[in-house]
Design a binder for this molecule. Structure first.
Ligand code: FAD
Length: 872
């Protein structure tokens, strides 16, 4: 039946080339023609960012096939620079334009396969047509970006969009030595993943020096001067700021290329993709469509979906060819299995995310685990943070996401297969997976996730989540079962502390009337504690994934560890030290050039063993006397090792520690702050992170504790604290005017909002939160946010407020809402008093983003550090 069949294919890359090769393997007689608009076929679009970044050095390596090789091996007639501009369904012909000659001709077909892909979306932003604003889809786009980099030598770039292409481009441009700003309109990168699972990516980006701006978009691209210099563009942002750069990469998403399909009258779905059946056949029986241009069905929800990934495109191409040549293969829906590398970390996902399950109204439960990627005693292990979503009724697996430096692909692939096979969490307990120390553990991460989920379903332990920890009910109490050293690096407010090893002896301290929300670092000791409590008649729940997951869920971008801040302080002190021509040990400087070979901060040192580098200190120089290798240690291992080792140092001596757990990056500043030691530097180091810490004695501890990265005690910090008690419009305006002025003058400003003042920080719309009746009543009666505040005097039924706002406009006084934004941009800390929140029934979700929660201790700490303190 296949004799002399004419198969015409539109698009010669992933889907098109797969379809063509499969067609030839099924029929030696068919005439197979590919029309490809570009200059290349079957190139590795997925490899483009890696050539820009320099990992793939030879451009030609991206050309997986050429027209010549496809002809030699498969006798496929490939016509590059040929665009199909129309489909005549009646006559079964395509209209083709030769882009070299401009000539148009018709080509008949028996079967037509459309694989035209998806085009990058370019939002209608003024200036987006600049030749420095580029997208990345094909070899020509890659060459254009490389040309700008080589010829114009920009020093700064802006990437718009934090999806996988945007993230890969950020890394590529950083590798090329550019300073990169990443703009992402949402409050997280990698949109398909759940927010807490991308928190480590945010930390990684910031640690690599990327200027990460979440909740921010570009509104205009302006060219400065004659446009020939390296950094000729100014990008105006949605928050009113501008960023200068010499290259913008737009990566805000793609949309299916459906023009010819639509013009031909083929059915288009509601998401804008070509509608196909499970044989990849369109609404015309002779026309098939595959790849990024089609709408597929989601494997779990059956809902239509657009999943622009190479795996589905390749499989669909093969299935279309099968059906053309009489094989009834079917496409069995799409799971959205994907993976992306972001510097040290990988993030992978398969199946549905929690947000997608919620949107689809599908019942689900979740567990988090953070075990090592392989045996901790074998070099290179690092935690795999895995989230497993499953059906609470029968344990069927619904989705999984994993993030970490090693072993992500393996776990996601196993779970992708498990979802395909419709396995449950009970099946994961039984999976027999490959194990030797360099590759895994006898209980693999996937088995482990299965144990945790199955334990919960069997009722061995009840689970709770971060949401519960943030909003415990009146009869719930929090119980932290970790060690003192771990708690020094942070805990959840109001938690009672009983280390798990003391729990049996201290049960009398706990009430049986309460339900205990138990947590440890990653969930394991919490489980052990729950088993003890349950068997002694206590009600309790274990926080799945522990404090590590809590931090991933609650830490805002403002709270990320920023190396640049430390380095800046270091640079300043360097400058001052060189000006004064002496280096004071109290200044906390580790002068690399003054260290002997063995004492150099070992950013490239590969030794597994800890090294004792103690030698006599030259006067005036702080020496790194100990190097700790905490790679492979799970949290709290690195912090515990650090504590042991630093206890043995003399004040002023420095220690250098390298760990592979990304959680270490979040823990170390908090630990240093709490213990009064000084964090000099933290930076990526190979597959891990290296921190340098100076031991401070009790006399200097207070000084060192003054900041996350304590600066040398050269001058007292200028600090302003304002207690905002009132929610009167005029008082709030005054508070922000003073705060912004002070920030501009270099003060570190903290606004502490208490009682009525909390209303200034509320979002203006209603927010769905669980509240008691009284709390809800209170919420209705109080103003929601800056637009709803009233004047403290001359209210006059709202006229006074309207007049004041008018006068402010005429006199160019910034509106209250803009002042709040300005303050946040200027790093003014907005702290909501937790006690008042509790009293007034105001929940965290009701407040604008970027607000920290804190108690009196935090206020007094900040007020004590500063020198001006106001009450409004
Ligand atoms: P494409 O491969 O885009 O091919 C479509 C071709 O059709 C184009 O070359 C186009 O020129 C041609 N064409 C369109 N209209 C016409 C016409 N009228 N006439 C003639 N020719 C036409 N996916 C992953 O799974 N993993 C990754 O790591 C990954 N990384 C990526 C990185 C980048 C930078 C990009 C751009 C994509 C990446 N993808 C990745 C996505 C993956 O490349 C696509 O999902 C896949 O290529 C889609 O295949 P396709 O055949 O539908 O479209």
């Amino acid at each position: 039946m296949s004799e002399h069949k004419r198969v015409v294919i539109v698009g010669g890359v992933a889907g098109g080339a797969s379809a063509a090769a499969r067609a030839r393997r099924l029929s030696e007689d068919a005439a197979i023609i590919i029309f490809e608009r570009g200059r290349h076929v079957s190139f590795a679009n997925c490899g483009l960012p890696y050539h820009i970044g320099g990992e793939i050095q030879q451009r030609d390596r991206l050309l997986v096939q050429t027209p010549q090789s496809l002809y030699a091996r498969f006798r496929i007639d490939v016509r590059v620079r040929h665009e199909v501009v129309g489909v005549d369904r009646e006559r079964r012909e395509v209209v083709v334009r030769n882009l070299n000659s401009g000539e148009e001709f018709r080509q008949g077909y028996d079967s037509l396969i459309l694989s035209p892909g998806a085009e990058p979306i370019i939002p209608p932003i003024p200036g987006a047509d600049s030749d420095r604003v580029l997208t990345l889809r094909n070899m020509a786009d890659m060459d254009a970006i490389n040309r700008v980099l080589a010829e114009k030598k920009p020093t700064r770039a802006v990437v718009v969009g934090g999806g996988y292409i945007g993230l890969e481009m950020v890394e590529a441009l950083c590798n090329r030595g550019l300073e990169v700003t990443l703009l992402e309109m949402a409050d997280q990168v990698m949109g398909p993943a759940d927010a807490e699972m991308v928190a480590p990516l945010h930390q990684e980006l910031v640690l690599r020096g990327v200027d990460l701006r979440l909740g921010t978009s570009a509104t205009e691209f302006m060219q400065n001067g004659d446009g020939t210099g390296p950094d000729v563009l100014s990008v105006r942002l949605s928050n009113g700021q501008t960023v200068s750069c010499g290259l913008v990469v737009m990566a805000v998403g793609v949309r299916p290329e459906i023009k010819i399909a639509k013009d031909a009258g083929l059915q288009i779905g509601r998401l804008g993709g070509i509608v196909v059946d499970d044989h990849m056949r369109t609404s015309d029986a002779n026309i098939f469509a595959v790849g990024d241009a089609v709408e597929v069905k989601d494997f779990l929800s059956d809902a239509p979906s657009l999943v622009p990934l190479a795996g589905p495109a390749n499989r669909q191409g093969r299935i279309a060819a099968d059906n053309i040549f009489g094989r009834k293969s079917t496409y069995k829906k799409t799971q959205g299995t994907a993976i992306c590398k972001v510097f040290n970390l990988g993030i992978g996902m398969t199946g549905m995310s929690e947000k997608a399950l919620r949107r689809a109204g599908i019942a689900h439960e979740k567990v988090y685990v953070h075990p090592a990627s392989h045996a901790g005693y074998y070099p290179g292990a690092s935690p795999v943070s895995l989230k497993l979503l499953f059906d609470p009724a029968d344990g069927r697996i619904l989705g999984a996401q994993a993030v970490g430096a090693d072993g992500i692909d393996k776990r996601i692939d196993v779970l992708a297969t498990a979802i395909r096979a419709r396995l449950s969490v009970f099946d994961l307990e039984d999976l027999e997976l490959a194990y030797a120390p360099p590759y895994g553990s006898a209980k693999d991460v996937v088995n482990y996730a299965g144990f945790v989920a199955a334990n919960a379903l069997r009722g061995d332990v009840h689970l709770c989540h971060c949401e519960n920890m943030l909003n415990p009910t009146a009869d719930q109490e929090l119980l932290d079962v970790r060690t003192d050293a771990e708690i020094a690096a942070g805990t959840i407010e109001h938690a009672v502390h009983v280390p798990v090893d003391q729990l049996r002896d201290r049960l009398g301290e706990l009430s049986k009337e309460k339900e205990w929300l138990v947590f440890c670092q990653v969930g394991l000791r919490g489980y052990v504690a729950c088993r003890i409590l349950m068997q002694h008649g206590f009600k309790c729940r274990n926080l799945t994934g522990g404090y590590k997951t809590y931090l991933m869920s609650t830490r805002t971008t403002d709270q990320l560890t920023r190396p640049s801040k430390c380095m800046k302080q270091k640079e300043n002190s360097d400058k001052m030290a060189s000006q004064s021509n002496e280096i004071s040990p109290q200044a906390g400087m580790v002068r690399r050039e003054n260290l002997t070979q063995s004492q150099q901060l070992p950013h490239t040192k590969k030794s597994k063993e800890d090294a004792d580098t103690r030698t006599a200190s030259a006067p005036g120089v702080t020496r790194v006397v100990k190097e700790i290798d905490a790679r492979g240690l799970q949290c709290p291992g690195p912090i515990q090792r650090l504590k042991q080792e630093i206890d043995a140092l003399a004040p002023g001596e420095a220690i250098s520690i390298v760990a592979t757990d990304p959680g270490f990056v979040a823990d170390i500043p908090a630990w240093c702050h709490a213990t009064g030691n000084e964090l000099v530097d933290i930076a990526p180091d190979g597959k891990g992170y290296r921190a340098t810490i100076i031991k401070r004695g009790s006399d200097t501890a207070a000084q060192a504790a003054a900041g996350t990265c304590a600066s040398p005690p050269v001058a007292r910090k200028k600090g302003l604290t304002i207690v905002v008690f009132s929610n009167a419009f005029d008082r709030a305006v005054a508070a922000f005017i003073i705060a912004n002025g002070a920030a501009a003058m270099g003060f570190e400003v903290t606004l502490f909002f208490t009682f009525w003042g909390l209303n200034v920080l509320r979002k203006d719309g209603p927010v769905r939160v669980k509240k008691t009746f009284i709390e809800r009543m209170f919420g209705w009666m109080m103003p929601r946010g800056p637009e709803k505040l009233a004047l403290s005097q001359m209210h006059m039924g709202g006229m006074g407020l309207a007049m004041i706002k008018g006068i402010m406009r005429n006199k160019n006084v910034t509106s209250l809402a803009d002042s709040i934004k300005m303050a946040q941009d200027a790093d003014v800390k907005l702290v909501a008093c937790t006690m008042s929140m509790d009293l007034m029934g105001i929940k965290r979700e009701e407040m604008i983003d970027g607000v920290e929660e804190g108690g009196v201790a935090l206020y007094l700490d900040r007020a004590g550090e500063g020198n001006v303190n106001l009450f409004i």
